[in-house]
Write a protein that binds this ligand. Structure first.
Ligand SMILES: Nc1ncnc2c1ncn2[C@@H]1O[C@H](COP(=O)(O)OP(=O)(O)OP(=O)(O)O)[C@@H](O)[C@H]1O
Length: 503
């Protein structure tokens, strides 16, 4: 078995007359065929892993030179037994299999592929081809059937077709994994205040690069949205964007979710499976909640970032994928590193660029536009009128502290739209916790009866007493006077509140 990744030096190449079925014209057509379907850049990115099985030395020699030159990562095997050994060790995107071979023949290899690596596309190549064999090959699931002597350009073409099919499959898998998360049209990052303008400018600058980016910000502040935007503005935009929440993966399956596994790699691995890195090939992998990644996976991620290679669970060989990594967390990774929970060297690898997303409370100027956008998104409209949110309700929205950031705003507005009369959102349509905090922050338009709907009388009384005390600068006699109660009663009430808080 012989694995060839890069083109060997020119001196190692046999002269063209030694090559039985690769003439100048064939080589030219193979090159042209590649140009027609892919740019050189793309070919480099999607190194198809090809298993080439043929017992003729001359053909293997040529393929060991020509296929890497055309951008494929080739493993060559001289017979069926070697091919089976190779298939047991690693996964392949495609296999080109000769039928007549000593020991295990081509059909034996095909059966093994169907058994252990059904995702590998295989092409039958034989000098003894007849109609029956072609039909048999198709029935066994062959991608194509190439009668010998096979031309290099035919092989290049068929491998490219397989590459395109895989790229489409990856895209479909990525879409499927995202479909439940689709929340509307493209990631329209709303907000033109100074803080968001800075974020947007940084996105424009770093999107076209292949650098890793660490996106920091409170929960719901838009980290995933920013990651999507970076992807959309990058040259990878038409390739998959795969988002994964590192904290949501079951501990014992994280590695196989990330890197895939071969059939039988562990109990329950009934079929071979691609990992998220492979699904994202050519595109972007967004690792959300990176701080939740355990130490073993931190090492494996670091290894990928250093080598660009991954290895499926249960396989011995690693292979290259072209994936841009974007990460996000709301934890302090440096602090985690100081406590030995996160690797320093991984932080240095991922924070080539660090983006800090502002909390919503720090960009109140964006709230009116965001609110209108989120309502329109919920109603599946392109826009809504300015009057849809009453000035009183808007006043309340801009005073809440939004610990859940844009996500909390979106949820609150969804609640309000449902309770509203369908024309205007009024204060009483907003969730009670928002009304409460707005009132504490001085919003005049919060109706008491609304608070009363969800608060006990005792809670309302406490709010009023505490607010009056605040207004009087902590002066208890003036507070008691303003409230029209005895000073003793005020002390009793305050003691009660302290006791409840301490409990
Ligand atoms: N600037 C923005 N413009 C429009 N919508 C936004 C913006 N920021 C966030 N959102 C919306 O807010 C919600 C939460 O955003 P997102 O999931 O990106 O936050 P996050 O920071 O990744 O959250 P978490 O930390 O919980 O993973 C989504 O519905 C998203 O579409």
């Amino acid at each position: 078995m012989n694995r060839v990744r890069a083109s060997p030096p020119a001196s190692a190449q046999p002269s063209l007359w030694q090559q039985p079925f690769v003439d100048q014209f064939d080589r030219h057509r193979a090159n042209e065929g590649l140009k027609l379907t892919k740019t050189a850049d793309e070919t480099a990115r999607h190194k198809l892993r090809v298993l080439f099985v043929d017992d003729e030395d001359a053909i293997r020699n040529i393929m060991s030179i020509e296929l890497p030159r055309l951008g494929f990562d080739v493993t060559l095997c001289a017979d069926g037994a070697e091919a089976i050994e190779a298939l047991n060790k690693q996964s392949f995107d495609a296999a080109i299999i000769d039928l007549r071979m000593p020991n295990v023949d081509g059909w034996g290899v095909v059966d093994h592929i169907n058994e252990v690596a059904p995702e590998t596309e295989f092409v039958i190549s034989t000098g003894h081809g007849d109609m029956d064999e072609a039909i048999h090959a198709v029935r066994k699931g062959a991608f194509d059937f190439l009668p010998k002597p096979t031309k290099l350009f035919e092989i290049a073409n068929v491998l490219n077709q397989i590459g395109e099919k895989l790229a489409l499959q990856n895209k479909a898998a990525a879409l499927e994994s995202q479909i439940r998360k689709v929340e509307g049209p493209k990631s329209d990052l709303i907000g033109d205040g100074p803080l968001m303008a800075k974020v947007k400018m940084l996105i424009q600058k770093i999107a076209p690069t292949d650098s890793t980016v660490l996106i920091l910000g409170e929960t719901g502040s838009g980290k995933e949205m920013v990651a999507r935007r970076i992807h959309e503005l990058s040259k990878r935009a038409d390739k998959p964007f795969v988002a994964v929440n590192c904290g949501a993966l079951p501990e014992n399956l994280v590695e196989s979710e990330f890197f895939g596994h071969r059939k039988g790699a562990f109990t329950g691995a009934e079929t071979a499976r691609k990992g998220l890195f492979e699904v994202a090939n050519g595109g972007t992998l967004f690792l959300d909640e990176l701080g939740e990644l355990d130490k073993t996976m931190q090492v494996k991620l670091l290894r990928f970032l250093e080598s660009g290679e991954i290895r499926r669970v249960g396989e011995n060989e690693s292979f290259t994928v072209d994936v841009r990594i974007l990460c996000a967390t709301n934890r302090d990774l440096t602090e985690m590193a100081a406590e030995g929970e996160f690797r320093d060297d991984l932080i240095f690898r991922i924070n080539t660029f660090e983006m800090h997303l502002p909390a919503l409370r720090d960009r109140q100027e964006d709230i009116p536009e965001l609110a209108r956008h989120l309502i329109a998104r919920h109603l599946k409209k392109s826009d809504i009128s300015d009057e849809f949110i009453s000035p009183e309700a808007m006043d309340i929205l801009t005073r809440h502290d939004w610990s859940g950031n844009v996500r909390e705003l979106a949820n609150g507005l969804e609640h309000a739209v449902i309770l509203s009369d369908g024309h205007t959102i009024k204060p009483e349509d907003l969730p009670a916790n928002i009304l409460r905090s707005a009132r504490a922050n001085g919003a005049a338009s919060v109706p008491f009866q609304v608070l009363g709907d969800t608060k006990t009388l005792r809670e309302i009384e406490r709010d009023v007493i505490l607010q009056t005390l605040n207004r009087n600068g902590g002066d208890k006699p003036s507070t008691a006077k303003e409230l029209g109660i005895a000073l003793k009663t005020l002390y009793n009430k305050l003691n009660q509140y302290d006791a409840t808080q301490a409990a």
